[in-house]
Ligand binder design. Structure first.
Ligand SMILES: [Zn+2]
Length: 482
């Protein structure tokens, strides 16, 4: 079977045919860098990470562009998210941007998300956004107001609403219509905004000092790095309207060509059915989650639901996933351990057929619109087979163990990123840490027994510095991690 994807634009599953055979050009809307990323961001970017990894596994040469929004993303109140944060912290806006851009990449690296090939910043592409806005004005798709704002005229683009399945009447009907001064239609959106002198991020433009609207950055940067038409546009489903819809309108009105051929949008991460978001305060940062959970277990949790569906977060669900992941790793460890002393020769070579069957089923699942949950199911099925083989008492030759390891490495490692090559999972690390702490507790008890209280206190204090709290009880000393 060939790769099929559910195209949000046409609302149907289609055969995936890139513009240039063997190559995929893909754009995904990136984060607005004004705070630490939370698990909702992890859901989106792990999902696209696996899509990119699988495309590469299939042999495609992928150019993956994901922008950094560092200007122009306004709150409903009209405030710029980054400027608001900069004001609150008395920082330069670019200090805020640097801090949270680094934080974002740190989190993504920790989650094993392969970095995009290009991570363009909106503030670094203002000339492109101005050129595009100028082109839209020349083609009468945009107009300049007296204040120096530039709006896209949605009535000039009859297909406006095609991604979100709405038409202009529906968009405006029933809603409070508030037409800003100089704006012709309630659904018209800003390509450029004039800046007051005190506004901290502003540039020269043919319409005076100002800054770009949020939507135009993605159109401009996608065109710059991927061309006027490219293969896949991704993002979170919640940005389908107005953001993605506006991108399509700007780009297609200007070029007269399709913008992206396939639209792949991800479902949200929810908490009790409500989207996790900064503004609702129901969020867990990736950094906090990684203090408790193994990154691979977090990926497994995210991938346990289809990319286009929501996944509901709870501590119980994550704990269950962590145990599920430990089970998966149990078989992987056993294979690696058995391999060390396995004999050469083709004992149990018949298992190759089992591996082939599971590889084929895995590919069939991923070819069906990147169905990672089904692919993970295949890995668990394989685990059962591997456990049965390893516990059968049969002699197993090294070549077949190598083949099993290869399957884990390629499917569980390269594609899904849930099986690490190095065994560094919590079990081992935690066990080692536990052993070291207990050893120090014994040394402290010995010091106290010989009345060397200075040494005993030193051990206790050093442990406290490391966040290890000791509690002396009648039956011995226990410890707690802070
Ligand atoms: Zn975007």
């Amino acid at each position: 079977m060939n790769l099929q994807v559910f195209n949000r634009l046409t609302r149907q599953k289609e055969d995936f045919k890139p513009l240039v055979e063997g190559q995929v050009k893909m754009y995904v809307c990136g984060p607005t860098v004004y705070d630490h990323a939370h698990l909702g961001h992890a859901k989106t970017y792990v999902a696209f990470d696996v899509i990119v990894r699988y495309l590469r596994y299939l042999g495609y040469k992928v150019r993956y562009v994901q922008n950094i929004t560092d200007v122009g993303h306004l709150l409903d109140t009209g405030e710029d998210r980054i400027l608001k944060k900069a004001g609150a912290l008395s920082l330069e806006p670019m200090e805020v941007v640097e801090t949270y851009t680094h934080s974002y990449f740190d989190d993504m690296d920790a989650l094993g998300v392969v970095r995009p090939d290009i991570s363009p910043r909106a503030s670094g592409h203002v000339p492109e956004q101005i050129t595009m806005t100028q082109g839209l004005i020349e083609k009468k798709h945009a107009y300049v107001t007296r204040e120096g704002d530039v709006y896209f005229d949605v009535t000039t683009f009859p297909e406006y609403g095609k991604l979100s399945g709405q038409n202009l009447d529906e968009l405006v009907g029933g809603k409070r219509v508030e037409v800003a001064e100089g704006k012709r239609h309630a659904a018209d959106f800003a390509l450029w905004r004039h800046a007051e002198p005190e506004h901290l991020m502003q540039w020269d433009s043919p319409w005076g000092r100002g800054f770009p609207g949020w939507h135009i950055e993605c159109s401009a940067m996608a065109a710059r790095y991927l061309g006027e038409t490219f293969d896949i546009h991704g993002g979170g489903l919640e940005n389908r309207f107005p953001h993605n819809e506006c991108e399509i309108a700007q780009s297609e009105a200007l070029t007269g060509k399709p913008f992206a051929n396939y639209w792949l949008l991800t479902g949200s991460l929810t908490v009790d059915g409500v989207k996790m978001s900064k503004s609702l305060g129901n969020f867990v940062t990736i950094k906090d989650a990684l203090k408790i959970y193994q990154p691979e277990a977090l990926r497994l949790f995210i991938l346990s639901s289809h990319y286009s569906s929501p996944v509901d977060y709870s501590d119980a669900a994550l704990k269950a996933t962590q145990s599920g992941w430990e089970r998966l790793m149990g078989a992987v460890r056993l294979v690696r351990y058995t391999r060390q002393n396995a004999s050469e020769g083709d004992a149990a070579a018949g298992f190759e057929a089992v591996l082939d069957e599971h590889k084929a089923r895995f590919a069939a699942a991923m070819d069906d619109d990147f169905n990672a949950p089904a692919a993970i199911g295949v890995l668990y099925d394989l685990n059962r087979e591997v456990n049965t083989l390893l516990n059968s008492g049969e002699t197993i030759g090294r070549p077949i163990l190598d083949s099993i390891e290869q399957v884990y490495h390629k499917l569980g490692g390269d594609v899904l990123g849930i099986i690490p090559d190095e065994i560094t999972e919590t079990g081992t690390d935690a066990a080692r840490q536990d052993g070291l702490i207990r050893f120090l507790i014994e040394m402290r008890a010995d010091a106290r027994a010989r009345k060397d209280f200075a040494a005993a206190d030193n051990i206790r204090n050093r442990l406290v510095d490391l966040g290890v709290m000791l509690e002396d009880r009648a039956d011995g000393t226990v410890y707690k991690l802070q």
